[in-house]
Design a protein around this ligand. Sequence first.
Ligand SMILES: [Zn+2]
Length: 350
Amino acid sequence: MKKRGLIERLNQGPVICAEGFLFEIEKRGYMSSGEFVPMVSLENPEALLNLHRDFQHAGSDIVQAFTYNGHREKMRVIGKEELLEPLNRAALQIAKDVAKSPLGKEPNLMAGNISNSNIWKEGDNESKIEVHRMFSEMVEWAVDEGADILIGETFYYAEEAYTALDIIQKAGLPSVITIAPMGVNSMMDGVSVLDTMKELEQRGADVVGMNCFRGPETMMPYLREARKILKCHMAALPIPYRTSEEHPTFFNLPDDDSCTCPAPHGRTFPTALEPLLCNRYEIGQFAKDAYKMGINYLGVCCLGNPMLVREVAHAVGLTVPASKYREKMENHFMYGKDIPKHMKDYGNKA
Ligand SMILES: [Zn+2]
């Protein structure tokens, strides 16, 4: 089957993209939390391959190369700058391998990835030149390894997002730019969330939207406003957390007062967030609402997992390979349909 391009797919319906590999790989035991460097593509390539396959099985149409944080600055921090290019190329090749052997008929799209550099600084030209250099080399490797599209994600500076877009456009591939405003509810360079998305569209981004940091509750209001104004395709990839107006992102999300096991560093992020997770139905509802609004590029970011990606796919009417294993409560030993009365009676006291 001929492989359709991203825009063609989006024009025809929903496109699912799994993100948030950092947390999932950490949970699987192949990365240090906090440090968050994706050495997995070099050190445990089969673990990364399995992760991509699991998301593909759950319905992800896009296989995004795991190069998040795999940039020069982060590699410098851990003293492994010389492994930067091998790491990027390995991650891209693994993604490519998975994308070209889909579980359905049509090959997946392979995406190169750049993201928040964490060195971008307002009023510091040198930092901006360095970010430009970092993005450029990563985009060059992605194009060289055969990426179909390029994703720039998790930007909390408007200008950094524009810079990413500019470099991606020069590479000539379809661009997806998603921003991640922090708890101040605007970009860190003072541009409003809405104005940033408007500007990205003006500059010609193919897909504009939001990813990471925010759960459904605190991402949706911005998406709703943006969808009224933007004409381009939009993307929505929240984190599956119960963020609130008071705590808009997962960075400062407090646990329930009754929790007696505080994380050693005094906050739930990033290793003690589990009690604050959204369930699959909440994520499904978000995807359904977003799709109804006209947002066709959908997924889940950090602490997403294959089950939640499948839920997103189901919410927009897709059947995916993992649909075969969706819940079948009718066969449960206490809550099922045709089970003995004495077992059914246990249900409420179990
Ligand atoms: Zn994320």
